[in-house]
Structure formats: C-alpha cells, structure tokens
Ligand binder design. Structure first.
Ligand code: IPD
Ligand code: CA
Ligand code: CA
Length: 263
C-alpha cells in the first residue's frame, strides 16, 4: 500500500464514524439548529459532532498535519506538508429538513496538491473515493464521467449562494440561460455530491459561484480522476467552479456569464 492509500483508508474510517453520528441524528434527534451569516446559513449539533470526531481522529493519528474545517477554521501546524480539508456535513439544509442528500467530505492536500478525496453519503450508502493518479471509485467500483456531447440531452446541477437575497449576483442570470438548453436542471443541495455525481456520470455538469475549499477539495479530485474537467468560473468569488465531462464542458461554460456589469 502506498502512503496515500494508507491515508485514504484513514480518511474513509473517519468519514464512516462521522456518517454514523449523522445517521444517529437524521430525522430523529434534536438538531439544535443555529444560524450563521443569515437565516439561510445554518449549523446543527450533527455538523459539530461530526467535525469533532474527524478533527480528534486527525489530531491523534497525525498530530503534525494541519486541518481546515468548516466550523472550526484552520489549525495550522508550522511547516506541515499536509493539510486536511474537511466539510463535516455538506448539505446541512437537506439534512435538517430530513432529505437524504448529505455527506461527509474529507480531502487531503500534500504540498498544496490534493492527493486523497473521500465523499461519503451515509444515508444513501455511497462512498466516493480517489487517490491522485489512481482513478475514482464509488463503493469500490471504478467510475467515469459521462461521454455525453449534446447539451440538450444533459442533466446539469447548480447551487445558490447564501447571500442570494441581498446580492443580485446570485446565479439566477445563469439559470435563465442554461435552463432552456438542457434536459434537466437540478439543485441537489450538496456541492460535494453534485460534483461526485458528475464524476460518476449520473449528471453531465455542475456549476456554482460561491463555494468554499471544504465544499470542493475532496470531490474535485474525484471528478478529475474520473475524467471530468474542473475549472474556476469567476476570479472575483472565493471558490466558483464548473465541472463537466469534455463533451459538455465548453457548451456549458459558454452559457455562464462573467460578473454582471450592473452589480
Ligand atoms: C452547502 C451545500 C450547498 C451549496 C452551498 C454550500 P453546507 O454546504 O453544498 O449545496 O449550494 O453553497 O455551502 O453549508 O451544507 O455545508
Ligand atoms: Ca458544504
Ligand atoms: Ca458543512
């Protein structure tokens, strides 16, 4: 086993522990929901408990590694070559509403390059994994992005920023251009699953304007290892991306606007 594969197995075990915690809460236990930047941006007891078990596991086993996670931010270990990038619960709005599309997302960067990715959707029983240069897998079976080339036959997903009510640059302009051209447009509510589903060929493209590193780190490795193209969409947003197989990428990209002039 290479070092990266050992680290992948470790990341899978953390994701499964966090997934079990989430299943313990899902549609059952009191979630103690609190809001973050506004009413649309929430955190639950399950997000926090998942994050604690993942951070604790990394601290115990790899105390010299840095960690960036959504709820606690960056713990930077001086001169560490390794950075774990963790979304302890991606799809919290789905989760808190009782919808099954949520996941644990764990990526690992080595010297700035993502080398391991795990996206685990516990309720669905879907485990997406990748190690740099070794392909992408769903539940141990190799996956590939779709070979679709016709936009009119494609199923595309997107998502919306949490400041959608106050920022006119909220992606509705792009939706207006893409929707008439595609077979289906989806808003699944979990960026890591959106990207993983493009990797597996279940969807033919995804874009979103205002994500964070923890939403995309693991899933974009899975997508590139599955043969999808991943590019930044807008330099003025933190993490904005387009993900699609080669046959669709250019057609989708052409419909997605630069920052609107009147904003
Ligand atoms: C959110 C989800 C959602 C996306 C948001 C993300 P969270 O992550 O991935 O699909 O549209 O931009 O912030 O808050 O549930 O971890
Ligand atoms: Ca997220
Ligand atoms: Ca989250």
């Amino acid at each position: 086993m290479s070092d990266y594969e050992t680290l992948l197995e470790f990341a899978i075990s953390l994701a499964k522990q966090a997934g079990d915690i989430q299943l313990g809460y899902f549609r059952d236990k009191e979630l103690s929901i609190s809001t973050k930047q506004n009413d649309f941006d929430i955190v639950t007891a399950a997000d926090k408990a998942s994050e604690e078990i993942i951070r604790g596991g990394i601290r115990t086993t790899y105390p010299t590694h840095s960690i960036l996670s959504e709820e606690s931010g960056l713990t930077d270990i001086d001169a560490s070559e390794y950075l774990w990038v963790v979304d302890p619960l991606d799809g919290t709005t789905n989760f808190s509403a009782g919808l099954p599309l949520f996941n644990v997302s764990i990526g690992l960067k080595h010297k700035g390059e993502t080398v391991v990715g795990v996206v685990y959707a516990p309720y669905l029983g879907e485990l997406f994994t990748a190690v740099k240069g070794r392909g992408a897998f769903l539940n141990g079976k190799r996956i590939h992005a779709s070979d679709e080339t016709r936009l009119s036959h494609s199923v595309i997903a997107t998502g919306f920023p949490y400041d959608k009510a106050v920022n006119k640059d909220n992606n509705l302009d792009n939706v207006g251009r893409v929707l008439p051209q595609v077979r289906g447009l989806r808003r699944l509510g979990s960026a890591a699953l959106d990207i993983s589903y493009v990797a597996a060929g279940f969807m033919d493209g995804f874009w979103e304007l205002a994500l964070h590193e923890w939403d995309v780190c693991a899933a974009t490795l899975i997508a590139t290892e599955a043969g999808a193209r991943v590019e930044s969409l807008r330099p003025d947003r933190i993490v904005s991306i387009v993900v699609a197989p080669e046959g669709i990428f250019g057609q989708l990209r052409a419909l997605l606007a630069p920052k609107p002039q009147n904003n």
